[in-house]
Write a protein that binds this ligand. Structure first.
Ligand SMILES: Cc1ncc(COP(=O)(O)O)c(C=O)c1O
Length: 403
């Protein structure tokens, strides 16, 4: 029999890892509290005007393939939104529509990476950055950020990582606001990233999928605002801000008017041609939702204020636990506490999450999947009562497993 490629072993997603077990337990009648997936529509129904726009697109026969790089209306809506929010000068030609930000990440890896090429990731990272890179044959170079250091990075460490072993990385990628830590990077940090990227000739991928989900008084700055033409891509989409994960619509907006940026754009379009088009009715509905600015503002303001309450509530409970501690998230909707593993009779965070699911019916994600062993990631989208119940169960589990 032929063998699967060596790269295919990296095709995994630690966030979904325990789904099989979870479904099995649920099928056997167990009630599972799923706090592993950042899936807003489960807790905040997609706004009616967005759903209506999708239905309208279907009823108007928008059911065929469409433009591979996205319908012009949507590419324009994305660029105008970006210009409005971040004083940029993007045009529809700078935008390529993808099947979620996930597809943009997979495509960018594939078009940058030759066997053994490097890319720089801040650690903790969103798991797809690591797996997409490795599936393409690349190697990650990590810049470690710690909770004690407020998840701030050291610019010398970043510079060294970008040219580790005398070889320059192809790109660096990070999420801002960060999944999993909820950190919102300040302008100063972004300026340092831009300078380091320029000095080392490295492309920057700034995943801004949570750019409107910022709270506790934090202010979001887009990488576009500091990039000053440095070749870079901003990623975003319908999933989180627009509460429509199932639309499977995202985009890459390429900053920079230089020759290399044009090459990246053209190649992304070639990749898009290979899979013909994105989800057609969802593209029309997303364009409509972006253009319905006042309705979107009302929907996102209400969702973010509820997320803020839920995150802060769960954060307080976490820091009351004898086994967990974390710094306060200011964006996205995740809690990423450190676990006092030495106090527990569990081998590692993988055993922790599996035993927690079996014993208490609570499904969360292991920090090692995000490059931070000894942590857990809890999605804080559920109502406070559910979060409280789950955190009590987690604490009961820790007491039972205390050494
Ligand atoms: C930082 C980050 N990037 C990308 C994605 C994937 O987004 P999409 O649903 O657009 O594929 C997620 C999903 O959780 C995410 O947290």
């Amino acid at each position: 029999m032929p063998q699967l490629s060596r790269h295919s072993e990296h095709a995994l997603n630690p966030i979904e890892e325990e789904d099989k077990l979870s479904y099995k337990l649920a099928a056997a009648g167990r009630k599972i509290i799923k706090l592993n997936q950042g899936n807003p529509p489960i807790f905040f129904p997609t706004p009616k005007y967005t759903v209506d726009a999708y239905v309208k697109a279907l009823r108007s026969g928008r059911t065929g393939y469409t433009f591979h790089a996205g319908i012009p209306e949507l590419r324009e809506a994305v660029s105008m939104r970006h210009n409005r929010l971040y004083h940029a000068d993007a045009t529809e030609d700078d935008v390529v529509i993808t099947q979620g930000v996930s597809e943009a990440i997979l495509c960018l890896n594939s078009l940058f990476i030759n066997q053994g090429d490097r890319a720089v990731l801040f650690r903790p990272y969103y798991p797809l950055y690591n797996s997409a890179l490795k599936v393409s044959g690349g190697q990650p170079v990590f810049v470690g950020l710690t909770e004690d250091g407020g998840y701030a990075f050291d610019s010398d460490a970043l510079g060294k990582a970008l040219r580790k072993g005398g070889r320059h990385a192809k790109f660096m990628i990070f999420s801002n606001p960060c999944n999993p830590t909820g950190t919102v990077m300040g302008r100063k940090d972004l300026v340092q990233i831009a300078e380091a990227a320029k000095d080392n000739g490295v492309f920057v991928i700034s995943d801004e999928i949570y750019d409107e989900i910022v709270y506790n008084g934090a202010k979001f700055t887009s990488f576009s605002e500091v990039s000053k033409g440095i070749p870079s891509a901003i990623l975003g989409g319908a999933s989180k801000n627009f509460d429509a994960t199932g639309f499977r619509i995202g985009y890459a907006l390429i900053n920079g008017r230089d020759k290399f940026s044009r090459q990246v754009k053209d190649k992304l379009c070639d990749y898009a041609k290979m899979r013909l088009s994105s989800n057609t009715p969802a593209e029309y509905a997303f364009a409509d939702s972006i253009n319905s600015a006042s309705k979107h503002k009302a929907a996102i303001t209400s969702m973010v204020s509820q997320i803020e309450k839920r995150v802060n509530f769960a954060h307080r409970l976490i820091n009351r636990s004898n086994y967990l501690s974390e710094s306060r998230p200011n964006g996205a909707f995740y809690l990423f506490p450190k676990v006092e593993m030495d106090a527990l009779d569990l081998k590692d965070d993988r055993e922790l999450t599996e035993r927690l699911l079996i014993e208490e019916g609570v499904q969360i994600s292991r920090g090692s999947g995000f490059g931070a062993p000894g942590h857990i990631r809890i999605v804080a989208l559920a109502p406070q009562g559910v979060l409280e119940h789950a955190l009590r169960k987690i604490d009961k589990f820790f007491v039972r497993h205390s050494k």
